[in-house]
Design a protein around this ligand. Structure first.
Ligand code: ZN
Length: 118
């Protein structure tokens, strides 16, 4: 039993919504990511990333789990907000340069030009 962060009413842990004020008790976002297509060792696996929201520091975390083709998780680890941000910055900073706006604009104009009369 815990207290609803919205109204303070008692809420059983298994409830997703507060029975007194209907506030969501545990919110999360889940996204699956495909493995690299050319790496055979990752065939049939997927990365599931779940971002948990909550009112306390331990509730707010990002959980990474590796799922196999039988539908079970092989491993999982949770990062706190600070580590999750560090991971996101690492991926963005170490990746290939992103296409510039000019190239994107040219691509869009190129698509539009195909059906546009001059
Ligand atoms: Zn409530």
């Amino acid at each position: 039993m815990r207290d609803c962060p919205e109204c303070g009413g008692p809420v059983e842990a298994r409830f997703h919504y507060c029975p007194w004020c209907s506030a969501p008790q545990r919110r999360k976002l889940v996204e699956f990511f495909r493995p690299h297509e050319e790496l055979d060792s990752d065939h049939g696996k997927a990365l599931r990333v779940s971002r948990y929201f909550g009112s306390t520091e331990p509730e707010r975390h990002v959980r990474f789990s590796v799922w196999n083709e039988t539908g079970s998780a092989e491993a999982a680890v949770s990062l706190d907000e600070e580590e999750a941000h560090r991971l996101a910055k690492f991926i963005l900073a170490s990746g290939p340069p992103r296409p510039s706006r000019q190239r994107l604009l040219e691509a869009v104009l190129g698509l539009a030009g195909g059906s546009r009369r001059r």
